[in-house]
Design a binder for this molecule. Structure first.
Ligand SMILES: [Cu+2]
Length: 205
């Protein structure tokens, strides 16, 4: 019993010293590495100002298009140009995950809903457009007779940075119209006909 104590103490000392030495060296390298990058990456600290989602049709559909997101003083401006739709309204939302691995779009999960509230359609308050109940509720695309839809709405409460950022999540376009709050939790918008990941976009020069 008496020998085990010094042995343990010796082992602890031997093990500790090299570890301590390595840690010091590692910390020094890390500090130098970080310092060298401060200037190069200064622009990234200001956050995301532009994002883009390029849509791909889900299996059996022929929808194509894009949705762009731009940070403005009034909020995030959402613009979209989408083709291959049937004439009329098609619900579209920010969904939780940027996972496009399912052919029917279901790997993207449900609507992005960081506050755990009911689904709804976007509306106006104090002259500013607000997303519907869920943070991802963007309402409907409205396709003309050629199957083309344009969209341009600036939302005061949509985010490209911070804990409610939509970057890295996805957009789903649905076959049917989003009927809003009377149809929980999805607006009864039907199958997913197009999907895409929201990624960081280049800011215009
Ligand atoms: Cu949806």
């Amino acid at each position: 019993m008496t020998r085990s104590i010094p042995t343990a103490a010796l082992c602890a000392t031997l093990c500790f010293l090299p570890a301590c030495g390595n840690q010091s060296a590692g910390t020094g390298q890390h500090a130098a590495h970080a310092d060298g990058h401060h200037h190069d990456h200064a622009e990234g600290i200001q956050g995301v100002t532009h994002a883009i989602c390029v849509l791909s049709a889900t299996e059996g559909n022929a929808v194509a298009g894009w949705i762009r997101f731009e940070q403005t003083d009034a909020g995030v401006r959402v613009t979209a140009e989408v083709d291959g739709l049937t004439p009329g309204k098609h619900g579209f939302h920010v969904h939780m995950f940027g996972d496009l691995s399912a052919a029917d779009g279901t790997a993207t999960g449900g609507h992005f809903d960081p506050h755990g509230v009911d689904h709804g359609l976007p509306g106006m308050h104090d002259d500013h457009a607000h997303v519907g109940g869920h943070a991802g509720d963007l309402g409907n695309l409205d396709a003309d007779d050629t199957g083309h839809a344009s969209y341009d709405v600036t939302y005061a409460d949509l985010h490209l940075n911070g804990p409610e950022s939509i970057v890295g999540r996805s957009i789903i376009v649905h076959r049917d119209e989003d009927l809003g709050a009377d149809h929980q939790p999805t607006g009864n918008a039907g199958p997913r006909i197009a999907q895409g990941v929201i990624g960081i976009d280049a800011a215009p020069e």
